[in-house]
Write a protein that binds this ligand. Structure first.
Ligand code: ATP
Ligand code: MN
Length: 291
């Protein structure tokens, strides 16, 4: 790959390695450009929280919500409560929105490897809408891994199906797996959060050897923690197709149920791009992209 990157946004130091594998900032820009058609619909009208790694994944990381003052004027931004739906007074955060390839390029140039979003979008007049998906973050405890997350995901899938909710897996690009189910937008974040919490506790009680629904690392040994908290309007999740800032470049990758076999692994950018060529956008196929 060439060091020089032509773009709408001037890329500074495209040759800078962000990962020890040699994956550079220029490679990050190229990855986000290549997935623009499928990641932009995920980001559309959702405020974007970024995890920036100015010195690469080996250096300091910054979890950033505010739009920096030096951001270009074309970057859309909106002041929003940091804890929507709360009855207490909350902080106002001016969040950026990524509307186009240029926005992706600008974020990449900021070494914003990870893009995180809430489960809701803002409406045409700016208000926060009800969530259009629910999310369940499956985290393997010590002694457990992705195989255990897959087993947990199948239990949750069956439980959600009883309520006519159709869940789809996204391997996180980290240790575990995220499950998403499309919602019609009739329920508030608070209601969805409570519902998913109820299901998580119910499943953990029914499968105590496999699942945990409470916070606390020591309880997770050999089990999978069902984290339902990201349904809260104040929380966000690594957006599908985002790059992750872990040891090697891996992606939050939408998957099919029939490929979740024992021994399944997380996917990197090249895997994800090859799958997009072959299968198209699974988020679209799974009803998790705004039509
Ligand atoms: P894994 O499969 O390894 O668990 P993940 O994406 O589920 O990957 P994390 O990156 O640890 O796990 O994120 C878990 C949650 O914490 C997400 O909702 C994310 O937005 C949030 N989060 C991450 N970093 C911070 C931070 N510094 N402050 C607040 N929330 C954060
Ligand atoms: Mn997780």
């Amino acid at each position: 790959m060439t060091a020089h990157v032509t773009a709408h946004v001037r890329i500074t130091h495209p040759e800078r390695a962000l990962f020890a594998t040699g994956f550079t900032k220029g490679d990050l820009v190229r990855y986000y450009r290549a997935v623009a058609d499928v990641i932009l619909p995920q980001l559309a009208d959702r405020p974007v929280t970024r995890i920036r790694f100015p010195e690469g994944v080996g250096g300091a990381r910054f979890f950033e919500k505010h739009t920096p003052t030096h951001a270009p004027e074309w970057l859309r931004r909106m002041p929003l409560s940091s804890n929507p739906g709360s009855t207490k007074p909350t902080k106002i955060v001016t969040y950026p929105f990524i509307d186009d390839v240029r926005g992706l390029e600008w974020m990449s140039n900021q070494s914003a490897i990870e893009l995180h979003t809430p489960q809701w979008r803002v409406g045409p007049r700016g208000g926060i809408r009800n969530p259009d998906r629910l999310v369940i973050d499956l985290d393997p405890g010590e002694g457990a891994g992705l195989d255990e997350c897959v087993a947990a995901a199948r239990l949750i899938r069956a439980r959600l199906a009883e309520d006519d909710l159709i869940a789809w897996p996204v391997t996180s690009g980290g240790k575990g797996l995220h499950l998403y189910a499309p919602l019609a937008g009739r329920r508030t974040s608070r209601a969805v959060h409570a519902y998913v919490g109820r299901i998580a506790k119910e499943l953990a009680a029914a499968h105590p050897d496999a699942l945990v629904a409470e916070v606390g690392k020591e309880k997770r040994m050999g089990r999978v923690f069902i984290d339902w908290s990201q349904n809260s309007a104040a929380r966000s999740t690594a957006t599908p197709y985002t790059m992750r800032g872990r040891a090697t470049p891996l992606v939050a990758a939408p998957r099919e149920w029939d490929e979740l076999e024992p021994g399944i692994t997380q996917l990197g950018p090249d895997d994800v791009l090859a799958r997009l060529e072959r299968d198209g956008d699974l988020m679209m196929r799974h009803g998790l992209t705004r039509g």
